[in-house]
Design a protein around this ligand. Structure first.
Ligand SMILES: [Zn+2]
Length: 77
């Protein structure tokens, strides 16, 4: 069995196409597109959990906001 190592975004479920991406840059595509493109099965994929650039940005913001929210400053005095 030759597992295909692929980065998997835990945020949106996309897979990183690093084999033959369009435009030569690693490209995040949905799993269905990926398996159809390469004719592989999900069981062939050795998914490495990670985050695509857009989800990584969301996670970074979420982590920064993990501390209790500051009390809303009332405009009325
Ligand atoms: Zn993502």
């Amino acid at each position: 069995m030759n597992a295909i190592s692929v980065r998997f975004c835990v945020g949106c479920g996309y897979l990183c196409d690093e084999i033959h991406p369009e435009g030569g840059q690693p490209l995040w595509i949905d799993g269905h597109t990926y398996v159809m493109k390469y004719g592989v099965c999900w069981s062939d994929l050795d998914r490495r959990d990670g985050a695509c650039p857009s989800c990584a940005r969301v996670f970074a913001i979420a982590q920064r906001g993990a501390h209790p929210a500051a009390p809303r400053t009332a405009t009325a005095s």
